[in-house]
Design a protein around this ligand. Structure first.
Ligand code: BES
Ligand code: ZN
Ligand code: MN
Length: 488
């Protein structure tokens, strides 16, 4: 796994600015008024900061962006980063500012002079989020960044504010690590073991093995994994921080690798399907965050861990399987496996936990990438209230999410000739027919959201808070939803 950067908080020491090595960062609001640290840098550099903030370049600079003064005279540092940031920035801008600093962070580390900035904790969070790198399999020179010290007027208060944020960052990193791991390492066994290890944090973790799933009748899930050497599993993680009320349920698709099975995918890009456990990764990351920050809510996370491989024992197109619910499914395309996995886990979650609401996450369809690209996840829901609360949380955290329709009109497309339902519709509305399929396994009185994260779980170019690769999309939004809706 990846070690997060070392970030510590210290009391402002203006004299440390001259002697700090690595980088020094200061913040200046759009009014160009210099705070104590910026003033000190300005004095040491004989007016370089003032010249910059009086320039057109500063006027044109966007909030949350940094300007670099390289090899400044009068200072030991290699560079000064002058960040344009209001005294009361939006959370997104403050995090962006931190991310901008993390992006240029080198081995020499950095001294971030936040003075009394209101958004110092958000800046620190942005630094941590963007400084993440998955370098487990890089031998040779790993470019681990040096220590980051954030100087503030009240470092104790800042550390207290940053604490819960660190829990969120750790959850996000857990998700990113899981999504980044290759399938020869992150097998279903390995995944389950990593989740079982979270018992140390106070989570109750149970692993249902194939024999258990067989007994429960989870035939649609088992059918997906039957061509793999890795045993299928369902892992149940319970966080009980909210007394004896019924829990909220999070359900994730954990396909550790998806070749398509007998309906095999083309070779080009198949390697990307190591991220097909992204939904389960987000559920796991959120559960980790809840445990780390000791959330005052009851949440249960369930993940269906399987591998979809072609094999003599693999399921075939045309097979008919019976779900735990009892509905029969004609498997038209073995590559539409995610919905088969989720059908059983969704049903099990409701039967066992009677949750007050349920959100599933899955890298479910390529079609959602056609519709929304890599900017937004597809949101499907049977409950406006829950859905709006989620959309609000996602917007507040800067995680793109867009509501898509559900309608019985689409059910026509997944009617089967010989079974109750088939697992694919036609070419049109591929993400919606997948969601309609899932809805069949959601009880009418259960408020539910399906998040299709195929486009956002892992991306080929960097985002505001993540380098290219696994993003951890959804951990922040779901943690906030739980905080705002179910705690206090
Ligand atoms: N895991 C894929 C969906 C996916 C595609 C995730 C691209 C991430 C990036 C899913 O199992 C799948 O193969 N879906 C098929 C469904 C089709 C056969 C109806 C698809 O989208 O092509
Ligand atoms: Zn898949
Ligand atoms: Mn597939």
């Amino acid at each position: 796994m990846t070690t997060p950067i070392a970030l510590r908080f210290a009391e402002t020491d203006l004299d440390a600015i001259a002697t700090a090595t690595g980088r020094v960062a200061v913040f200046v609001g759009p009014n160009a008024k210099l705070g104590p640290s910026a003033r000190r840098v300005n004095r040491l550099t004989k007016g370089a900061v003032a010249r910059y903030v009086e320039s057109e370049a500063f006027e044109k600079a966007k909030e949350g962006t940094a300007h670099v003064l390289s090899w400044p005279a009068g200072m030991a540092a290699d560079a000064v980063d002058v960040v344009k940031l209001s005294r009361r920035p939006s959370q997104a801008d403050a995090r962006k500012a931190g991310a901008a600093l993390a992006k240029v962070l080198g081995k020499g580390g950095a001294l971030i002079a936040a003075d009394g900035h209101k958004a110092a904790a958000d800046i620190a969070f942005g630094v941590a989020m963007r400084a993440y790198a998955f370098d487990t399999y890089k031998t040779g020179d790993k470019t681990a960044p040096g220590e980051v010290t954030m100087m503030a007027t009240n470092p104790e208060a800042l550390a207290a504010e940053a604490g819960p944020m660190a829990a969120v960052a750790e959850g996000v990193f857990f998700t990113r690590d899981l999504v980044s791991e290759p399938a020869n390492i992150l097998t279903t066994d390995d995944f389950a073991a990593r989740l079982a290890a979270m018992q140390e944090l106070g989570l109750e973790v149970e692993i249902l093995e194939e024999a258990d799933l067989e007994k429960l009748g989870m035939r649609t899930l088992l059918a997906v994994g039957q061509g793999s050497e890795s045993p299928s599993k369902v892992v149940v993680m319970q966080w009980n921080g909210g007394g004896d009320e019924a829990p909220f349920a999070l359900v994730g698709k954990g396909v550790v690798f998806d070749t398509g099975g007998i309906s095999i995918k083309p070779a080009g890009g198949m390697e990307d399907m190591t991220m097909d456990m992204g939904g389960a990764g987000v559920v796991s990351g959120v559960m980790r965050t809840l445990a780390l920050r000791k959330a005052k809510a009851n949440v249960v996370g369930l993940v269906g861990l399987v591998e979809n491989m072609p094999d003599g024992k693999a399921q075939r197109p045309g097979d008919v399987v019976t779900s735990m619910k009892g509905d029969t499914v004609e498997v038209i395309n073995t590559d539409a496996e995610g919905r088969l996995v989720l059908a059983d886990v969704l049903w099990y979650a409701q039967e066992r936990f009677k949750p007050t609401g349920m959100i599933d996450l899955a890298t479910l369809t390529g079609a959602i990438i056609i519709g929304l690209g890599h900017e937004m996840a597809g949101v499907f829901s049977n409950d406006d209230d829950l859905c709006n609360a989620f959309l609000k949380a996602a917007a507040a955290e800067g995680e793109g999410a867009w509501r898509m329709p559900l309608s019985p009109a689409y059910d026509e497309l997944i009617k089967s000739q010989i079974a109750d339902i088939k697992n694919t519709g036609g070419r049109g509305a591929g993400s919606i027919t997948a969601a309609q399929f899932l809805q069949r396994f959601v009880k009418e009185d259960c408020p539910w959201i399906h998040l299709d994260i195929a486009g956002v779980a892992s991306v080929k170019s960097e985002t505001a808070l993540a380098p290219k690769g696994a993003t951890g999309w959804g951990v922040m939004a779901l943690d906030r939803l739980i905080r705002d809706r179910y705690e206090g």
